[in-house]
Write a protein that binds this ligand. Sequence first.
Ligand code: SF4
Length: 693
Amino acid sequence: TINLEKVEKRVRTTCPYCGVGCQIELLVQDGKIVRSNGVEGVLPNDGRLCVKGRFGYEFVHSPERLTKPLIRKNGELVEATWDEALTLIATKFSELKEKYGPDSLAGYASAKCTNEDNYIFQKFIRTVFGTNNIDYCTRLCHASTVTAMLKSIGDGAGSNSIEDFETTDCLIVTGNNIIETHPITATYVKRGAAKGMKIIVIDPKWTPLVAYATIWLQPRLGTDVALLNGMVREIIANNWVDHSFIESRVEGGMQAFLELKELVEKYTPEVTEKITGVPAQKIKDAARIYATAKTAMVATGMGMSQQVTGTHNVFSLLNMILVTGKIGKERCGIDPPRGQNNVQGATDVGCHPAMYPGYIPVSDVENRRKVAQVWGVPFERLSDRPGLTTVEIIQAAYHGKIKGLYIMGENPMISDPNLNHTEEALQKLDFLVVQDIFHTETTRFAHVVLPASSWAEKNGTFVNSDRRVLRVRKAVDCPGDAREDWRIIHELAARMGKPMPNYRNEAEIFDELAMVTPIIAGISHARLEEHGIQWPCPTPEHPGTSTLYTDRFNTPTGKAKLFPVEHVDQTERATPEYPFILNSGRILYHYHTGTMSRRNKTLTNFTNHPYVIIHPNDASKLGVKTGERVRITSSRGTLETQVHIADEVLEGELFMPWHYTEAQVNRLTRDELDPYSRIAPFKISAVKVEVLS
Ligand code: SF4
């Protein structure tokens, strides 16, 4: 209970957890946050919060916060001054650059940091390191979604607004446990369902949304392309196609459509049932419900993207959307709800190995000239070579090609695939700097650890899942000697002989960012005082854009493109040695690598231990009961965990949440990559299960 009379300030800001971007008011007393309330009357949440937004702020004042820089001496991390730590970092990175060249260095940005932090970080990597080796965890979640959407429709962001999830007539939710991972977006879905919206859930695993679904398709893991091709075939066979949309808004018009028609012809309902396990009648029903709805949207998640066929999965989804003309108008489109609070913004501002701020390719000479001028650096300093992606950086470190790595607010020792390999790669680095708010599984390998600020201790902006640029406001001071992320990077740039301008505050950083990022050129901190603005917003008078593609797609021709793709078998399948396929994902009460959520008593009181879900028939064959322990092993690694028996998964399939360091799911996963997006297949690992006595 708090005494409201003693509350010294109320600070409106944005939730630090998922990509919904809920607006919250932090109540501060004696320099500490004592309550978090939802802000009414503003989107996207209009007062609502989920359990993480409401109770998940305790980590800010955890006694485990990093408060001093740490330098490794004789194998131990010991406290140091900022001067010692920054001098050492500047010296080491400069030496490595001199000896091995700029491309021997790399940086991981952070989806938990602000746009201003991330913008300064990518500017540092490009102008001080002199490389495009910059990426972050988006590569591990929606990289394939973004790759497919950029090629097909021209933007990788959601095409609609979160509130449209209530008013569309039909919603497909595929590979996305929306009630647990984006709970406030799901409140719009539930309200829509109450008013008669048709919901189609496509997921190999039961999720709470199934209770609201008109129909649930439960395909075997890794058969999404076949299922969607089957639905497209059914749509074409019944002439539920929007011919005028195809003729006017799809590249190649009817000719392109006929090529798709020819490819999907073999995916009859019976063939599709054989591949996917989904009954033919359900495939027909789902196709009819979606195609004949007046308006329809699709929410696509990790289940689609985290596969070696991730890009093809999303192409097949986009094909279905385009042949039915269900995009480019109000309450019609495709929306990938983003996992972390600023995963959208970090890419928007250029934390991408192949793109500058605003999704402009590094190869674009005119843009590099313009950016060099704004940044006040010689044009020649900006590399035109695309850099390495997240997993490629680790693979290059393993092979001795990356020598120095600067990690800001990421924890690859939980989040990256094939952790045994990641661990070896980090150990091979000549120099690793980790900037974070807590010790993590990754700081164990760092040569220097820098204490950074949490979201409640900084000003700036985030971009949520519907492209809404939202303000972040400082509520409390950093603990001890911890500093704001951008200020650390800014000082390091000066110490490496490449100083940046003297920004007086985050608003000035945003103004520079807007100058090199056309999609947000019309936005400023001042304009965001009352509410967020959705990009594209090209001028100061522009109100922002709630629905994309109403006139044209953002492709060179202005038209969308069909990409007919075939179903192929997954490269990893169940074998007699590894007879189960393991799926992984998130739960409501925890968040990603757990550094924040697992330091909140309210959240850990709900649940705080790893488990594996096993189908009752498999459990009975194994002779195991709920609560007993098993060892799970893949060809990459092994872990032990507790059994939870439920028919939420298909026979032969398993599910584990990946938040827990006590049972690191990514010890089991592969770092084989989707060739187009370079994403790893977190959803499909062949494993065996042994019961522990
Ligand atoms: Fe925060 Fe997401 Fe929950 Fe909203 S839905 S309160 S943004 S975690």
